[in-house]
Write a protein that binds this ligand. Structure first.
Ligand code: SF4
Length: 417
């Protein structure tokens, strides 16, 4: 398969569960099975203690940015309680997952929608009177719709379809899409926790984060911390794809070594050229850099982040520069073209990266690519240019041998991605 394979076919892959918390009720569990496996749940009973329990649990967001879950809830609660504000807050379960090589949210919503609903209800109850939304691609909403119809406590949840674009899951784009049917990011002048949907305090949590909240609200922080590492407690979902034996979504213990995750996916390390960690806005790591824990602190030493838990493996037969060029071209086309770096910088970066991959640049052309990547960083209203630049910068390091080969007009790899 190529690095830009169709997400439609890929998203149909089922979860391959190595650690069974989130998918404990089995595939596409109905409400009765969900309750039998996870136990009964009353969001109002946990509302007052949820913030404290989340803080003790150490749960971080699973959508990409990795913020502490309790801080986002606390900030929204503070805004909702502020004297200037009188009205309901909003909680949005974000399952948009625009990243083409991420399937974890689709797999989660298909197989464990009730756990996401539990987390959404718990967060809503903690904020008092709240409006609740699930925002995901139309295909993923089918199972949520069926789950909502099965339970009386979920009737007030509104389902909103997300367009299948890369940036539709960015938090301010989520709010903009629900409010204005325009899934483009907004300027982050005010925090969403203070002024989000219709200027109400708004909490946007990734659906996996809410599934963990649904479990923590039931079983507590100590239970959550029984799995994972001290600095990365609990479990997390990762999507592994590319040149692997078994593509799919895995539930792993926090802090599991990257090399062990890949081994579980049937990857022969000797045949790996590099792994893109964190998805299209992520960082390429060489095969010699894979003995690090898959956690924010573990990956930081290698200059990477877990992001939304996406791992893309390319074998030694593939050209990493060609793979990167394809992704940059996709990212340039997926920008909202509202800001300078996306209108001008990313298309130029895509063009230079493609020329480099084709062996059509001189030494100064490599410096051009690096300079362009620098110049778009920190200049957009959202992080789309920054993420694209990070990908390119890491490619120049991870594939430095390929860069040298391409400068002399040849590619040492037998196949192009
Ligand atoms: S930086 Fe790009 S993707 Fe982000 S808001 Fe501006 S134009 Fe849109």
């Amino acid at each position: 398969m190529t690095i830009t394979d169709s997400p439609t076919t890929s998203r149909q892959k089922d979860a391959q569960v190595s650690l069974n918390r989130i998918f404990a009720a089995g595939a596409a569990a109905d409400y009765a099975t969900h309750l039998r496996v996870h136990g009964a749940f009353d969001p109002r009973a946990v509302a007052s203690g949820l913030l404290h329990e989340l803080e003790r649990s150490g749960l971080t967001g699973r959508g990409g940015a990795g913020f502490a879950a309790w801080r986002k809830l606390g900030a929204t609660e503070d805004a909702a309680n502020a004297r200037a504000f009188s009205g309901s807050a909003t909680v949005i379960a974000n399952g948009a997952e625009g990243e083409p090589r991420s399937w974890k949210d689709a797999v989660l919503l298909k197989n464990a929608p009730h756990l996401v609903i539990d987390g959404l209800l718990a967060a809503g109850a903690a904020l008092g009177r709240s409006r609740l939304y699930v925002y995901a691609s139309e295909g993923s909403l089918d199972s949520v719709r069926a789950a909502v119809a099965e339970r009386r406590d979920a009737r007030a949840i509104t389902l909103m379809a997300a367009p299948d674009t890369f940036i539709s899951g960015e938090a301010s784009a989520v709010v903009n899409s629900i409010e204005n049917d325009d899934a483009r990011p907004r300027d982050h002048v005010r925090r969403l926790s203070e002024s989000g949907l219709r200027k109400r305090p708004t909490l946007v949590h990734n659906v996996e984060t809410l599934a963990h909240i649904g479990l923590i609200a039931r079983h507590g922080a100590d239970w959550f911390r029984e799995a994972g590492a001290v600095r990365d407690p609990g479990t997390r979902l990762v999507t592994v794809s590319g040149d692997v034996g078994r593509e799919g979504v895995f539930e792993i213990a926090g802090g599991m070594r990257l090399s062990d995750i890949l081994a579980a996916a049937g990857v022969d390390r000797d045949r790996v050229s590099a792994v893109l960690v964190g998805g299209y806005h992520g960082t390429w790591l060489r095969s010699t850099q894979l003995d690090v824990p898959f956690s924010a602190s573990g990956l930081a030493s290698a200059g990477a982040q877990p992001g939304a838990g996406v791992l893309i493996v390319i074998g030694r037969q593939r050209c990493g520069l060609a793979s990167t060029a394809e992704i940059v071209e996709y990212l340039a086309a997926e920008s909202a073209r509202q800001c300078g770096p996306c209108m001008f910088g990313l298309p130029a970066l895509a063009e230079r990266m493609s020329a480099l991959a084709a062996g059509q640049v001189q030494r100064h052309g490599v410096a051009d690519v690096a300079r362009l990547a620098d110049s778009v960083t920190g200049r957009g209203a959202c992080h789309h240019p920054d993420g694209t630049a990070r990908l390119v910068q890491s490619a120049l390091v991870a594939f430095d041998d390929d860069v040298k080969a391409h400068l002399s007009g040849r590619c040492t790899r037998a196949a192009r991605a």
